[in-house]
Design a protein around this ligand. Structure first.
Ligand code: AP5
Length: 184
């Protein structure tokens, strides 16, 4: 029987950072839809060319493209970073988990105040130059998060699987809270 953990939270909350460490320590596969899409953009594949303008604007890539990626990449023991991000994605994931007999260990919601999110992402723009880390796109990503992704908080809360974690503090402090919240 497979096992899965979902990381939910706004842009810059630290989902990728924390998912990477948890995946390494638990020997799970980290599946980040953002990383997969950025890899396609970097390689200039047809998918990459299609999604680049969408990502640069800070909008979401269509659900059907994302779901095709997930079906290809889903593993037995998996940490999902940045997926699901819409209600249709969450419902499709529920069906996939049921079909594959995968148990959801928890949904970690990493909570960070908006001014700190913007600060972190602008800093990353300076260091790494990610093309969606500019002030205008960051605002749009936050708006899209509130509109399309935040409803998932309620969706998973109702299922009793949501684990809220304070994302402020050092990455080590946040990681310890996540392990405690998941009880693993
Ligand atoms: P994605 O790559 O998922 O971006 P995001 O959700 O905007 O998340 P980020 O990577 O910006 O933040 P994070 O929470 O992972 O934080 P991180 O650890 O990196 O998506 C990009 C785009 O792809 C989307 O806009 C969309 O277009 C498309 N897409 C992806 N998935 C999709 C889907 N399912 N459906 C549709 N479209 C999809 O940390 C951020 C920064 O903060 C880093 O510099 C880090 O070093 C730093 N940091 C981390 N922790 C701390 C800490 N505790 N203290 C201080 N700094 C910290």
């Amino acid at each position: 029987m497979g096992e899965a953990v979902i990381f939910l939270g706004p842009p810059g909350a630290g989902k990728g950072t924390q998912a990477a460490r948890l995946a390494e320590e638990l020997s799970f596969k980290k599946l980040s839809t953002g990383d997969i899409l950025r890899d396609h953009v970097a390689r200039g594949t047809p998918l990459g060319q299609q999604v680049k303008p969408i990502m640069d604007r800070g909008d979401l890539v269509p659900d059907e493209l994302i779901l095709a990626l997930i079906r290809e990449e889903l593993a037995d023991r998996v940490i999902l970073d940045g997926f699901p991000r819409t209600l249709p994605q969450a419902e499709a994931l529920d069906r996939l988990l049921a079909e594959t007999g995968t148990r959801l260990l928890g949904v970690v919601l990493v909570e960070v105040p908006e001014e700190e999110l913007v600060r972190r992402l602008l800093r990353r723009a300076e260091l790494e130059g990610r093309s969606d880390d500019n002030e205008e796109t960051i605002r749009r990503r936050l708006e899209v998060y509130r509109e399309k992704t935040e409803p998932l908080v309620h969706y998973y809360e109702k299922k009793g699987v949501l684990r809220r974690v304070d994302g402020l503090g050092t990455p080590e402090e946040v990681y310890a809270r996540i392990r405690a919240a998941l009880g693993i």
